[in-house]
Design a protein around this ligand. Sequence first.
Ligand SMILES: [Zn+2]
Length: 422
Amino acid sequence: MKELQQAEKRMFRDHPFYTCLYAALKKIEDDAVNTMCTDGREIRYNPAFVSTLTIPELLFVLCHEVLHVAFLHQIRRGDRDFKLWNVACDYAINGILIKAGLTMPKDGLHDYQYDGMKAEKIYQLLKDERGNSPAPSGDQGESGDDTAQADSQGGEGETSTDTSGGNQPATGDQEVPWGEVLDGTSEDGSKLSEVEKSEIERETASRIYEASQVEKKAGSGSGGDASRGALEAIAPDPMPWHEILQDSLIRSMPCDVSFSNPNRRFLHSGLIVAGNVYDQTGDLVIAIDTSGSQSTEELKIIAGRINEIVDVIKPRSVIVIYCDYTINGEPQVFERGEEITLEERGGGGTAFNPPFNWVEREGLDPHAFIYFTDGFGDVGPDAYHDFTDPDYPVFWITTYSAPYFCGCEEFGEVIEVRDRNY
Ligand SMILES: [Zn+2]
Protein backbone atom coordinates (compact mmCIF):
# COMPACT_ATOMS: atom_id res chain seq x y z
CA MET A 1 0.00 0.00 0.00
CA LYS A 2 1.23 3.41 -0.97
CA GLU A 3 0.28 5.07 2.33
CA LEU A 4 2.05 2.38 4.27
CA GLN A 5 5.23 2.85 2.26
CA GLN A 6 5.12 6.58 2.82
CA ALA A 7 4.73 6.18 6.56
CA GLU A 8 7.50 3.59 6.61
CA LYS A 9 9.78 5.93 4.73
CA ARG A 10 9.31 8.55 7.43
CA MET A 11 9.92 5.99 10.11
CA PHE A 12 13.17 4.88 8.46
CA ARG A 13 14.29 8.47 8.12
CA ASP A 14 13.36 9.89 11.52
CA HIS A 15 12.90 7.04 13.96
CA PRO A 16 15.74 4.52 13.83
CA PHE A 17 14.75 2.90 17.13
CA TYR A 18 11.25 2.11 15.94
CA THR A 19 12.53 1.07 12.53
CA CYS A 20 14.73 -1.66 13.98
CA LEU A 21 11.88 -3.20 15.91
CA TYR A 22 9.38 -2.71 13.08
CA ALA A 23 11.64 -4.55 10.67
CA ALA A 24 11.29 -7.74 12.70
CA LEU A 25 7.51 -7.81 12.25
CA LYS A 26 5.77 -9.29 9.24
CA LYS A 27 3.23 -6.98 7.63
CA ILE A 28 0.02 -8.59 6.39
CA GLU A 29 -2.97 -6.99 4.70
CA ASP A 30 -6.14 -8.42 6.23
CA ASP A 31 -9.71 -7.23 5.63
CA ALA A 32 -10.94 -9.32 8.56
CA VAL A 33 -9.14 -7.05 10.99
CA ASN A 34 -11.04 -3.95 12.13
CA THR A 35 -8.12 -1.55 12.17
CA MET A 36 -4.64 -2.88 12.82
CA CYS A 37 -3.33 -5.39 15.32
CA THR A 38 -0.21 -7.28 16.32
CA ASP A 39 0.52 -10.54 18.09
CA GLY A 40 4.23 -9.82 18.44
CA ARG A 41 5.13 -11.65 15.26
CA GLU A 42 3.16 -9.77 12.63
CA ILE A 43 1.20 -6.60 12.06
CA ARG A 44 -2.14 -7.14 10.33
CA TYR A 45 -3.83 -4.10 8.88
CA ASN A 46 -7.08 -3.36 7.16
CA PRO A 47 -6.39 -1.16 4.10
CA ALA A 48 -9.74 0.57 4.57
CA PHE A 49 -8.63 1.71 8.02
CA VAL A 50 -5.19 2.72 6.82
CA SER A 51 -6.66 4.96 4.16
CA THR A 52 -8.64 6.92 6.77
CA LEU A 53 -5.40 8.14 8.35
CA THR A 54 -2.99 10.88 7.41
CA ILE A 55 0.60 9.73 6.93
CA PRO A 56 1.75 11.13 10.32
CA GLU A 57 -1.19 9.37 11.99
CA LEU A 58 -0.41 6.11 10.24
CA LEU A 59 3.18 6.43 11.38
CA PHE A 60 1.87 6.81 14.94
CA VAL A 61 -0.24 3.65 14.71
CA LEU A 62 2.67 1.65 13.28
CA CYS A 63 4.96 2.82 16.09
CA HIS A 64 2.13 2.10 18.52
CA GLU A 65 2.08 -1.53 17.41
CA VAL A 66 5.87 -1.66 17.65
CA LEU A 67 5.68 -0.49 21.26
CA HIS A 68 3.03 -3.07 22.15
CA VAL A 69 5.58 -5.65 21.04
CA ALA A 70 8.57 -3.95 22.68
CA PHE A 71 6.63 -3.81 25.95
CA LEU A 72 5.65 -7.47 25.51
CA HIS A 73 1.97 -6.66 25.89
CA GLN A 74 1.21 -9.76 23.82
CA ILE A 75 2.48 -12.09 26.54
CA ARG A 76 1.56 -10.21 29.71
CA ARG A 77 -2.25 -10.23 29.67
CA GLY A 78 -2.66 -13.37 31.75
CA ASP A 79 -6.36 -13.83 32.48
CA ARG A 80 -7.13 -10.13 32.41
CA ASP A 81 -10.06 -8.93 30.35
CA PHE A 82 -8.96 -8.59 26.74
CA LYS A 83 -10.51 -5.23 26.02
CA LEU A 84 -9.58 -3.53 29.30
CA TRP A 85 -6.04 -4.88 28.92
CA ASN A 86 -5.84 -3.22 25.51
CA VAL A 87 -7.05 0.05 26.98
CA ALA A 88 -4.42 -0.14 29.74
CA CYS A 89 -1.67 -1.02 27.26
CA ASP A 90 -2.61 1.92 25.04
CA TYR A 91 -2.37 4.28 28.02
CA ALA A 92 1.03 2.80 28.83
CA ILE A 93 2.53 3.58 25.41
CA ASN A 94 0.72 6.49 23.76
CA GLY A 95 2.27 9.04 26.12
CA ILE A 96 5.72 7.91 25.00
CA LEU A 97 4.80 8.25 21.32
CA ILE A 98 3.35 11.72 21.86
CA LYS A 99 6.51 12.75 23.70
CA ALA A 100 8.52 11.44 20.75
CA GLY A 101 6.73 14.03 18.62
CA LEU A 102 4.39 11.65 16.79
CA THR A 103 0.87 12.63 15.83
CA MET A 104 -1.84 10.57 17.53
CA PRO A 105 -4.99 9.89 15.48
CA LYS A 106 -8.25 11.01 17.04
CA ASP A 107 -9.80 8.75 19.68
CA GLY A 108 -6.35 7.68 20.81
CA LEU A 109 -6.16 6.86 24.51
CA HIS A 110 -3.87 9.14 26.43
CA ASP A 111 -3.92 10.48 29.96
CA TYR A 112 -0.90 12.10 31.60
CA GLN A 113 -1.72 10.46 34.93
CA TYR A 114 -0.70 7.10 33.44
CA ASP A 115 2.58 8.22 31.89
CA GLY A 116 5.45 6.02 33.04
CA MET A 117 3.18 3.38 34.55
CA LYS A 118 3.20 -0.30 33.69
CA ALA A 119 0.12 -1.65 31.90
CA GLU A 120 -0.61 -3.99 34.82
CA LYS A 121 -0.84 -1.05 37.21
CA ILE A 122 -3.00 1.00 34.83
CA TYR A 123 -5.26 -2.01 34.36
CA GLN A 124 -5.73 -2.29 38.11
CA LEU A 125 -6.47 1.43 38.44
CA LEU A 126 -9.00 1.32 35.61
CA LYS A 127 -10.63 -1.70 37.14
CA ASP A 128 -10.79 -0.11 40.60
CA GLU A 129 -12.19 3.05 39.05
CA ARG A 130 -14.94 1.12 37.37
CA GLY A 131 -15.59 -0.76 40.55
CA ASN A 132 -18.86 -2.57 40.44
CA SER A 133 -20.59 -0.25 38.03
CA PRO A 134 -22.84 -2.33 35.81
CA ALA A 135 -21.37 -3.38 32.52
CA PRO A 136 -22.86 -1.71 29.50
CA SER A 137 -24.71 -4.25 27.42
CA GLY A 138 -22.10 -4.16 24.72
CA ASP A 139 -21.88 -6.33 21.69
CA GLN A 140 -19.20 -8.93 22.22
CA GLY A 141 -18.21 -9.05 18.62
CA GLU A 142 -17.42 -5.40 18.15
CA SER A 143 -13.80 -5.53 19.12
CA GLY A 144 -11.20 -5.92 16.47
CA ASP A 145 -9.92 -9.39 16.59
CA ASP A 146 -11.98 -12.51 16.67
CA THR A 147 -9.44 -15.02 17.84
CA ALA A 148 -8.18 -13.11 20.84
CA GLN A 149 -11.67 -12.02 21.70
CA ALA A 150 -12.84 -15.60 21.65
CA ASP A 151 -9.86 -16.49 23.77
CA SER A 152 -10.67 -13.85 26.32
CA GLN A 153 -14.29 -14.86 26.51
CA GLY A 154 -13.82 -18.50 27.16
CA GLY A 155 -12.01 -20.77 29.45
CA GLU A 156 -11.30 -18.58 32.44
CA GLY A 157 -13.23 -20.03 35.30
CA GLU A 158 -15.54 -18.34 37.74
CA THR A 159 -12.77 -18.43 40.31
CA SER A 160 -10.96 -15.67 38.49
CA THR A 161 -10.74 -12.49 40.54
CA ASP A 162 -11.25 -10.56 37.35
CA THR A 163 -14.97 -10.00 37.29
CA SER A 164 -14.81 -8.48 33.85
CA GLY A 165 -13.22 -11.58 32.37
CA GLY A 166 -14.89 -14.88 31.87
CA ASN A 167 -18.03 -15.03 29.84
CA GLN A 168 -19.25 -11.51 30.33
CA PRO A 169 -18.72 -8.72 27.86
CA ALA A 170 -15.92 -6.40 28.84
CA THR A 171 -16.99 -3.72 31.30
CA GLY A 172 -15.40 -1.09 29.17
CA ASP A 173 -16.89 2.32 28.80
CA GLN A 174 -13.91 2.93 26.59
CA GLU A 175 -13.43 1.26 23.28
CA VAL A 176 -10.04 0.38 21.95
CA PRO A 177 -9.99 2.76 19.02
CA TRP A 178 -7.34 1.14 16.87
CA GLY A 179 -4.10 -0.80 17.01
CA GLU A 180 -4.90 -3.76 19.19
CA VAL A 181 -2.49 -6.17 20.77
CA LEU A 182 -3.50 -9.82 20.62
CA ASP A 183 -2.15 -12.66 22.68
CA GLY A 184 1.05 -14.05 21.24
CA THR A 185 0.93 -17.68 20.15
CA SER A 186 3.37 -20.38 19.08
CA GLU A 187 4.06 -20.89 15.39
CA ASP A 188 1.26 -23.46 15.23
CA GLY A 189 -1.22 -21.10 16.88
CA SER A 190 -1.19 -22.85 20.26
CA LYS A 191 -0.79 -21.10 23.61
CA LEU A 192 2.76 -20.03 24.44
CA SER A 193 4.57 -22.11 27.02
CA GLU A 194 6.51 -20.46 29.82
CA VAL A 195 9.74 -21.49 28.09
CA GLU A 196 8.62 -19.83 24.85
CA LYS A 197 7.62 -16.72 26.78
CA SER A 198 11.04 -16.38 28.38
CA GLU A 199 12.62 -16.91 24.97
CA ILE A 200 10.52 -14.02 23.62
CA GLU A 201 11.50 -11.89 26.63
CA ARG A 202 15.19 -12.51 25.99
CA GLU A 203 14.92 -11.84 22.27
CA THR A 204 12.94 -8.67 22.82
CA ALA A 205 15.36 -7.29 25.40
CA SER A 206 18.29 -7.83 23.04
CA ARG A 207 16.39 -6.31 20.12
CA ILE A 208 15.62 -3.23 22.21
CA TYR A 209 19.27 -2.96 23.09
CA GLU A 210 20.30 -3.29 19.44
CA ALA A 211 17.72 -0.73 18.37
CA SER A 212 18.94 1.78 20.91
CA GLN A 213 22.54 1.20 19.74
CA VAL A 214 21.50 1.83 16.14
CA GLU A 215 19.79 5.02 17.20
CA LYS A 216 22.85 6.12 19.14
CA LYS A 217 24.99 5.59 16.04
CA ALA A 218 22.52 7.51 13.91
CA GLY A 219 23.04 10.40 16.30
CA SER A 220 19.38 11.35 16.39
CA GLY A 221 16.06 9.75 17.03
CA SER A 222 13.08 9.48 19.26
CA GLY A 223 13.52 6.15 20.94
CA GLY A 224 15.10 7.14 24.26
CA ASP A 225 11.95 7.09 26.36
CA ALA A 226 10.65 4.11 24.45
CA SER A 227 13.70 1.94 25.06
CA ARG A 228 13.93 2.93 28.72
CA GLY A 229 10.21 2.40 29.20
CA ALA A 230 10.22 -0.92 27.40
CA LEU A 231 13.17 -2.28 29.33
CA GLU A 232 11.56 -1.21 32.58
CA ALA A 233 8.24 -2.69 31.59
CA ILE A 234 9.65 -6.06 30.66
CA ALA A 235 12.02 -6.35 33.61
CA PRO A 236 10.65 -8.72 36.20
CA ASP A 237 9.29 -7.05 39.31
CA PRO A 238 11.93 -6.91 42.00
CA MET A 239 11.25 -9.32 44.82
CA PRO A 240 9.99 -7.77 48.03
CA TRP A 241 12.64 -7.33 50.72
CA HIS A 242 11.40 -10.08 52.98
CA GLU A 243 11.59 -12.65 50.19
CA ILE A 244 15.12 -11.60 49.25
CA LEU A 245 16.12 -11.71 52.91
CA GLN A 246 14.54 -15.09 53.45
CA ASP A 247 16.26 -16.56 50.37
CA SER A 248 19.61 -15.15 51.49
CA LEU A 249 19.20 -16.48 54.99
CA ILE A 250 18.28 -19.90 53.67
CA ARG A 251 21.33 -19.88 51.43
CA SER A 252 23.50 -19.03 54.42
CA MET A 253 22.23 -22.01 56.39
CA PRO A 254 24.36 -25.05 57.11
CA CYS A 255 23.99 -27.67 54.40
CA ASP A 256 24.07 -30.82 56.51
CA VAL A 257 20.41 -30.75 57.37
CA SER A 258 18.04 -33.45 56.25
CA PHE A 259 16.36 -32.84 52.93
CA SER A 260 14.05 -35.80 53.33
CA ASN A 261 11.09 -33.64 54.21
CA PRO A 262 11.15 -30.62 51.93
CA ASN A 263 9.09 -27.63 52.84
CA ARG A 264 6.50 -27.30 50.10
CA ARG A 265 6.47 -23.51 50.30
CA PHE A 266 9.73 -23.34 48.42
CA LEU A 267 9.30 -26.07 45.89
CA HIS A 268 8.08 -23.57 43.27
CA SER A 269 11.27 -21.54 43.49
CA GLY A 270 13.43 -24.62 43.04
CA LEU A 271 14.79 -24.30 46.53
CA ILE A 272 14.44 -27.44 48.53
CA VAL A 273 14.21 -26.54 52.16
CA ALA A 274 14.19 -29.12 54.85
CA GLY A 275 11.00 -29.19 56.79
CA ASN A 276 12.51 -30.11 60.12
CA VAL A 277 14.09 -27.91 62.74
CA TYR A 278 17.49 -26.48 61.98
CA ASP A 279 19.28 -26.99 65.23
CA GLN A 280 22.34 -25.52 63.64
CA THR A 281 20.71 -22.12 63.14
CA GLY A 282 22.05 -19.85 65.81
CA ASP A 283 20.89 -16.45 66.96
CA LEU A 284 19.36 -13.87 64.69
CA VAL A 285 20.18 -10.31 65.71
CA ILE A 286 17.84 -7.58 64.54
CA ALA A 287 18.69 -3.92 64.95
CA ILE A 288 16.02 -1.26 64.48
CA ASP A 289 17.25 2.23 63.63
CA THR A 290 14.79 4.25 65.66
CA SER A 291 15.90 7.62 64.29
CA GLY A 292 13.75 7.04 61.22
CA SER A 293 10.87 6.60 63.64
CA GLN A 294 8.82 3.86 62.05
CA SER A 295 5.20 4.03 63.03
CA THR A 296 3.66 1.38 65.24
CA GLU A 297 1.84 0.12 62.15
CA GLU A 298 5.10 -0.26 60.20
CA LEU A 299 6.77 -2.02 63.11
CA LYS A 300 3.85 -4.43 63.20
CA ILE A 301 4.32 -5.24 59.51
CA ILE A 302 8.08 -5.70 59.96
CA ALA A 303 7.43 -7.96 62.96
CA GLY A 304 5.00 -10.00 60.88
CA ARG A 305 7.61 -10.49 58.14
CA ILE A 306 10.28 -11.42 60.67
CA ASN A 307 7.98 -13.98 62.26
CA GLU A 308 7.36 -15.54 58.84
CA ILE A 309 11.09 -15.79 58.21
CA VAL A 310 11.78 -17.09 61.70
CA ASP A 311 9.15 -19.79 61.18
CA VAL A 312 11.18 -21.03 58.23
CA ILE A 313 14.77 -20.76 59.43
CA LYS A 314 14.03 -21.40 63.11
CA PRO A 315 16.92 -19.60 64.81
CA ARG A 316 17.83 -20.49 68.40
CA SER A 317 16.82 -16.99 69.47
CA VAL A 318 16.01 -13.61 68.03
CA ILE A 319 17.61 -10.61 69.70
CA VAL A 320 16.13 -7.20 68.97
CA ILE A 321 18.24 -4.10 69.54
CA TYR A 322 16.79 -0.59 69.28
CA CYS A 323 19.35 2.04 68.41
CA ASP A 324 19.40 5.68 67.42
CA TYR A 325 22.58 7.45 68.51
CA THR A 326 23.00 4.81 71.20
CA ILE A 327 21.22 1.62 72.15
CA ASN A 328 17.84 2.28 73.71
CA GLY A 329 17.03 0.09 76.67
CA GLU A 330 17.95 -3.56 77.05
CA PRO A 331 17.99 -5.65 73.89
CA GLN A 332 15.02 -7.99 73.83
CA VAL A 333 15.55 -11.73 73.51
CA PHE A 334 12.90 -14.00 71.99
CA GLU A 335 13.46 -17.73 72.40
CA ARG A 336 12.63 -20.23 69.68
CA GLY A 337 8.85 -20.50 69.35
CA GLU A 338 8.12 -17.11 70.89
CA GLU A 339 6.35 -14.56 68.75
CA ILE A 340 8.50 -11.53 67.98
CA THR A 341 6.95 -8.17 68.68
CA LEU A 342 8.47 -4.74 68.07
CA GLU A 343 7.84 -1.46 69.84
CA GLU A 344 8.65 2.22 69.39
CA ARG A 345 11.75 3.19 71.34
CA GLY A 346 13.99 6.24 71.20
CA GLY A 347 14.14 8.48 68.15
CA GLY A 348 17.28 10.67 68.36
CA GLY A 349 20.25 10.81 65.96
CA THR A 350 21.73 7.89 64.05
CA ALA A 351 24.75 5.71 64.74
CA PHE A 352 25.11 2.21 63.33
CA ASN A 353 28.18 1.11 65.28
CA PRO A 354 26.68 0.47 68.76
CA PRO A 355 24.69 -2.71 67.94
CA PHE A 356 27.76 -4.31 66.30
CA ASN A 357 29.83 -3.46 69.34
CA TRP A 358 27.17 -4.85 71.63
CA VAL A 359 27.24 -8.19 69.78
CA GLU A 360 31.03 -8.26 70.17
CA ARG A 361 30.88 -7.40 73.89
CA GLU A 362 28.33 -10.14 74.50
CA GLY A 363 30.60 -12.62 72.73
CA LEU A 364 27.84 -13.57 70.29
CA ASP A 365 28.39 -15.20 66.92
CA PRO A 366 25.03 -14.57 65.27
CA HIS A 367 23.70 -16.59 62.38
CA ALA A 368 22.91 -13.25 60.77
CA PHE A 369 22.49 -9.60 61.69
CA ILE A 370 19.64 -7.63 60.13
CA TYR A 371 19.55 -3.85 60.37
CA PHE A 372 16.31 -1.99 59.58
CA THR A 373 17.08 1.62 58.68
CA ASP A 374 16.49 4.48 56.26
CA GLY A 375 20.24 4.34 55.60
CA PHE A 376 21.00 7.85 56.79
CA GLY A 377 23.99 7.23 58.99
CA ASP A 378 27.62 6.15 59.19
CA VAL A 379 29.14 2.82 60.02
CA GLY A 380 32.81 1.90 60.35
CA PRO A 381 35.96 2.87 62.23
CA ASP A 382 35.67 6.54 61.26
CA ALA A 383 32.03 6.81 62.29
CA TYR A 384 30.70 7.72 65.73
CA HIS A 385 31.59 5.36 68.57
CA ASP A 386 34.21 2.65 68.34
CA PHE A 387 33.67 -0.14 65.84
CA THR A 388 34.17 -3.87 65.69
CA ASP A 389 34.17 -5.34 62.19
CA PRO A 390 31.45 -8.02 62.03
CA ASP A 391 32.50 -11.41 60.69
CA TYR A 392 28.94 -12.74 60.37
CA PRO A 393 26.39 -12.09 57.58
CA VAL A 394 24.86 -8.61 57.74
CA PHE A 395 21.73 -7.42 55.91
CA TRP A 396 20.74 -3.78 55.65
CA ILE A 397 17.01 -3.46 55.03
CA THR A 398 16.79 0.12 53.95
CA THR A 399 13.90 2.36 52.95
CA TYR A 400 16.07 5.01 51.40
CA SER A 401 19.79 4.55 50.84
CA ALA A 402 22.72 2.33 51.68
CA PRO A 403 24.50 3.34 54.88
CA TYR A 404 27.66 5.42 54.57
CA PHE A 405 30.66 3.16 55.13
CA CYS A 406 33.17 5.27 56.96
CA GLY A 407 36.77 4.11 56.95
CA CYS A 408 35.94 0.54 55.93
CA GLU A 409 34.93 -1.48 52.90
CA GLU A 410 31.20 -1.87 52.33
CA PHE A 411 29.95 -4.90 54.15
CA GLY A 412 26.68 -6.75 54.25
CA GLU A 413 23.95 -7.07 51.68
CA VAL A 414 21.85 -3.97 51.09
CA ILE A 415 18.20 -4.84 50.42
CA GLU A 416 15.97 -2.00 49.35
CA VAL A 417 12.40 -1.75 50.62
CA ARG A 418 10.39 -0.85 47.50
CA ASP A 419 7.21 0.00 49.25
CA ARG A 420 7.41 2.44 52.15
CA ASN A 421 4.74 0.35 53.85
CA TYR A 422 7.08 -2.61 53.93
ZN1 LIG B 1 -3.05 -0.53 21.05
